[in-house]
Design a protein around this ligand. Sequence first.
Ligand code: AMP
Ligand code: MN
Ligand code: MN
Ligand code: MN
Length: 267
Amino acid sequence: MLLDYHCHSHCSDGELSPEQLIQLAEQNDVEVLAITDHDTIGAYKKLPDTHIKIVSGIEFSTCWNKIGVHIVGLNIDLHSKELLKAINLQQKARKYRAEIISKKLEKVGLIGAYEKLNHKKHIGRPDFAKLLVEADICKNQQHAFKQYLGAGKIGDVKNEWLSFEEVIAVINHAGGVAVLAHPLYYKLTNAKLNRLVSYFVVAGGQAIEVINGYQNLDKTKYLAKLAGFHKLKSSIGSDFHYKEGWSKLGVNSNLVENLLTFSHQEY
Ligand code: AMP
Ligand code: MN
Ligand code: MN
Ligand code: MN
């Protein structure tokens, strides 16, 4: 069975509208889908009718030990006052960060980026990557991240996101499940990753992503073991952003134990 608890629409940095995303999920025979845009639930305002079981979702940006960490919230009450307030704060933090990134990138020759992006509801680092390519400063977006926007680079601005604990509390308060997104993406040592997961559990986290996009079996086994050790549930998702991207919408759920499940909700 194909299931997807992590993907993006154009309400954040994905390519497809929520309607197109659901259409693609139908084509791919995905049975359960959560749209988890970065710091927004905008996609849930525009959902078409579908036979696919839809789970509400979001991917929050936060920080742990000065490392940028993402936490997915699933099955959240989309009307939760705490959730809406948190999203509002994250969006303000995003705008503010964009202004700083723009100023920093002037030093490498990218002029007026913020003015060009200001009209957008959601401004993310991929927007700056596109501008760096358009201005011929970088040959492609991958290069833009490697040289200017990735961890530790000039455009990787430390931001005032809601804290790690706050994000998990907001998700739990909204009746949702907090999922540590792509645990291997942070490139931590085993010991440090265990420490991150321990903190996550103490703060109220309930699951980790055992599969994120295309992933080799060794990594899946390692993460399944990590989940088991910390008595956490498993989540799986494609982290789909683009049709031409590295991952396809929908993940095979048959090989995963202790998978999160949710009862039906109307949106
Ligand atoms: P932001 O949410 O603004 O911090 O931007 C992070 C997003 O940038 C991620 O969710 C990815 O979609 C994208 N991203 C991160 N690293 C890379 C990379 N190396 N190449 C292309 N896109 C990336
Ligand atoms: Mn993204
Ligand atoms: Mn992420
Ligand atoms: Mn994501």
